[in-house]
Write a new protein. Structure first.
Length: 246
């Protein structure tokens, strides 16, 4: 079909030519696509005001060979609570950056699209758990991509994790018990059993959590664990994470 009507999240926009925006969109029906919005940077453009990163919009698209053109756009949710806060904006951009690097081109993914919208909605809430929302999104994204390991078992001896045992994780994401430390040639960082249990709970939980209370120490430990698995999957660090940590 040459003419398409779809709802999509704007993951990125870049200048193109003198008056155009080049957009990266994430749609539940057609996945990640590149679309050109001609003349949208002109002051008189009716589309330009709707085209902002993290905006959820209703698009009319025209497919010309291997290119999508934006013929009309109306914003449905601008996620203003996120954009009103610098820290929440960085979290939103972190979500966008992860999707840019993981979502397949023109591949339908309804579940990931709904997960993204719910995560952005939760980040925008007046809640103390916004950092936890981002970590939960990372875990569920990795699980959806098939790159979240079974962290309830030691990588080397396959023994089940228990509260009486000490555990460690290396830079390649190998979780090992105290008895298997010599099996890894990498430097190991300690991981508490409670962090393993929390990460597994978030991975197995279908609904996103909003009111789960955890300590700053537990959150810090969870961030270290998710950063290892995410960096191994992406083969690089998230740029937005550097600013969030500063």
């Amino acid at each position: 079909m040459r003419h398409l009507l779809t709802k999509a999240l704007i993951l990125r926009k870049q200048t193109s030519g003198e008056n155009d925006w080049y957009l990266t969109l994430f749609s539940p029906e057609i996945g990640k696509i590149q679309a050109l919005a001609r003349s949208s940077r002109k002051i008189c453009s009716q589309k330009g005001a709707h085209l902002d990163t993290l905006n959820l919009c209703n698009f009319q698209l025209y497919r010309n060979n291997d290119r999508y053109l934006v013929t009309d756009c109306r914003v449905e949710n601008a996620h203003l609570p996120i954009k009103s806060s610098l820290r929440k904006s960085l979290m939103g951009f972190a979500v966008s950056e992860m999707l840019l690097r993981t979502v397949q081109e023109e591949t339908e993914n309804q579940e990931l699209f709904q997960l993204t919208l719910k995560t952005l909605e939760n980040i925008g809430l007046e809640s103390e758990n916004t950092d936890l929302q981002l970590e939960e999104f990372k875990i569920k994204l990795l699980k959806e991509a098939g790159s979240w390991p079974d962290i309830s078992l030691c990588y080397y001896c396959q023994s089940k994790c228990c509260s009486e045992q000490a555990y460690f994780c290396d830079c390649e994401g190998h979780l090992c018990c105290h008895h298997c430390l010599s099996c890894s040639h990498n430097e190991m960082d300690p991981v508490t059993f409670h962090t393993i249990k929390l990460a597994k709970f978030l991975a197995d939980k279908n609904d996103l959590l909003v009111n789960l209370k955890i300590t700053p120490e537990q959150l810090f430990s969870l961030k270290k664990l998710t950063a290892i698995f995410l960096q191994n999957y992406l083969h690089r660090e998230l740029y937005s994470e550097r600013y969030l940590q500063s």
